[in-house]
Write a new protein. Structure first.
Length: 289
């Protein structure tokens, strides 16, 4: 066996395991999901009745399913603000600030906390009667606010929790990107007399475009697929004002035992994610993408 053949064999042997895992836990479940979306199945009986596009027709005929997507807008807006704050802290902590490693750890700590634990913690913060936030507002002479009980306020409150939890992750990603930029460019800009905002606009932001695109991609995915916070804190209430699309899908499958319809809803979500992410990449990435 020649050296080239040995090299190809070695590469293939290294790729077999990840490819098997990828096919087993990614592509096969996705294809199985698409198949189930064309059936009627309660999740228990072995038989599955083929119904064609009936599940998709039922979804398209129910505008409340698409109205639920409006509940995710608060998470999307919160995610954008979260990225702005994360970028600010990344720039700040990339400088020679005393104790910056401590601040990095403190800001990143919420991300590694369990999502359910975070939800329970903020349940005490946003409690109308005994919550710490309303107690602080009472010291300022402001009446208690039902943060999780008002339809117009509940999604904003939940989105703020999500932004607090994931901001540290975005900050670390931005920080790593900042530290990978060549110092020569900054030194040349300093010699040429460039101001800070000019350095940020013409050196930092263009050099971090791919990383910004990545974080926005993760933000869009997270905003469309949020589940744990509204499920734990509000169960979709009040008046289903905080129910998200994923929560509705899970209820359709496990509460109403309609796995076929839930699979169709999942496929629709996948299509929406692909469309939104493609548009986002077109806007952020530019025409060359």
């Amino acid at each position: 066996m020649s050296y080239q053949q040995q090299k190809i064999t070695l590469i293939v042997s290294f790729l077999i395991v990840p490819l098997v895992l990828l096919l087993t836990f990614t592509y096969y479940p996705a294809l199985r999901l698409i198949y189930l979306s064309f059936t009627s199945w309660d999740g228990l009986t072995p038989g599955k009745t083929w119904v064609g596009f009936r599940n998709y027709q039922e979804i398209m005929g129910n505008m409340e399913v698409f109205y639920i997507f409006l509940h995710n807008v608060a998470y999307f807006v919160g995610g954008i603000l979260q990225n702005v704050v994360a970028f600010f802290f990344a720039v700040l902590l990339n400088s020679k600030l005393k104790g910056r490693n401590v601040f990095r750890t403190v800001l990143f700590l919420p991300y590694i906390m369990n999502g359910v634990a975070v939800a329970f913690m903020f349940g005490y913060v946003f409690d109308t009667n005994t919550g710490s936030l309303n107690y602080f507002l009472s010291l300022l002479g402001i009446d208690p606010i039902s943060w999780l009980g008002k339809p117009g306020l509940v999604n904003i409150s939940l989105a703020s929790i999500s932004a607090w939890k994931f901001m540290g992750f975005n900050m670390v990603v931005y920080l790593g990107a900042l530290q990978s930029l060549p110092e020569d460019l900054y030194e040349a800009a300093k010699i040429d007399g460039a101001r800070r905002w000019q350095v940020l606009r013409y050196i930092t932001l263009p050099g971090m475009r791919k990383i910004i695109e990545l974080n926005l991609f993760l933000t869009v995915i997270g905003a469309l697929e949020v589940f744990d916070l509204p499920f734990v804190l509000t169960k979709g209430g009040p008046l289903a004002a905080s129910k998200t699309y994923v929560q509705q899908t899970v209820e359709t499958a496990f509460q109403y035992n309609n796995f076929g319809l839930a699979s169709a809803m999942s496929v629709l979500l996948m299509i929406v994610v692909i469309v939104v992410v493609s548009a986002q990449r077109r806007i952020v990435g530019g025409k060359e993408e």
